[in-house]
Design a protein around this ligand. Structure first.
Ligand SMILES: NC(=O)c1ccc[n+]([C@@H]2O[C@H](COP(=O)([O-])OP(=O)(O)OC[C@H]3O[C@@H](n4cnc5c(N)ncnc54)[C@H](OP(=O)(O)O)[C@@H]3O)[C@@H](O)[C@H]2O)c1
Length: 249
């Protein structure tokens, strides 16, 4: 069986598939013959990626119960099952302690943590043996990160879900893996509403990256596809850090 064949016809759901890492993942999964469903809240970006890759799409907010039901419903209508669920949709709204707005914090928890948690729970009855859940996380818990109380907490919590679900789902033959990107060239910080000055100041992190550059989304997407392959069948409960060495520095 060739590497491409292994994912041919697999039903892959990618949240946040209209831009950034999710879009690159949709291209890569479609490129190896998977049947891809992308989701997000913006029809235009989803339709663009669908037109380019042949992916199906559903406009749905992962932070709401209705949105999650729409995602699972669309996957079942299109494919009848889910083989790979990529929990990729995420937002960051930086604020230091003292300036954290409850509603903005809630939005991050709902999008980055409880949304993917309950989406996975709804999808689970439709994921069979050999299925894979991939959670996109971020920096580990060892170091603080200025302004990232809520975002960082959601991502570290997702890594805990990865480890816990890996134990709970092992006997069903379902693997669970986190892919934790380093700083990657996507619209995420612009979407966060950062000013040009704040974006400049975020670049201070660049000097700390051993490989001395940020990642291209496709360099993250390659890992998403790779951990989902049947050949990666002995991998579960782990966090794969793809961060140019930042975590080791
Ligand atoms: N870029 C980085 O440096 C970096 C580093 C570490 C981890 N990550 C993680 O990588 C993942 C992808 O982010 P990205 O960098 O590729 O940024 P991005 O381009 O902004 O992608 C995030 C995607 O999530 C979707 N989304 C946001 N809120 C949603 C909601 N409530 N329901 C459904 N979809 C929603 C967005 O589409 P709509 O707005 O149209 O819904 C967008 O397509 C995120 O989990 C992020 O935390 C990124």
């Amino acid at each position: 069986m060739s590497a491409a064949m292994a994912l041919t016809g697999r039903a892959v759901v990618i949240t946040g598939g209209g831009t950034g890492i999710g879009r690159a993942a949709a291209r890569r999964f479609a490129g190896v013959g998977a049947d891809v469903l992308i989701t997000g809240r913006t029809e235009r970006t989803l339709a663009d990626v669908a037109g380019e890759t042949g992916a199906r799409f559903v406009v749905a907010d992962v932070a709401t119960a209705e949105g999650r039901a729409a995602i699972v419903g669309a996957a079942l209508r299109e494919f009848g099952r889910i083989d790979v669920l990529v929990n990729n949709a995420g937002i960051t709204r930086p604020a230091p302690l003292g300036e954290i707005q409850p509603a903005v914090a809630e939005q991050q928890f709902a999008t980055n943590l409880t949304g993917p948690l309950f989406l996975t729970q709804s999808a689970l009855p439709h994921i069979g043996r050999g299925g894979v859940i991939v959670n996109i996380t971020s920096n580990g818990p060892e170091r603080g990160w200025h302004g990232a109380s809520i975002y960082g907490a959601t991502k570290v919590a997702m890594d805990f879900l990865t480890r816990t679900w890996a134990l709970e789902l092992a006997e069903r033959g379902i693997r669970v893996v986190s892919v934790a990107p380093g700083i990657t060239e996507t619209p995420i910080l612009t979407n966060a509403g950062l000013t040009a000055a704040q974006l400049d100041s975020a670049k201070q992190y660049l000097t700390r990256i051993p490989l001395a550059r940020i990642a291209d989304p496709d360099e993250i997407a390659w890992w998403l596809v790779t951990v989902a392959r049947p050949e990666a069948g002995y991998l579960t409960g782990q966090v794969i850090r793809v961060d140019g060495g930042l975590g080791a520095a």
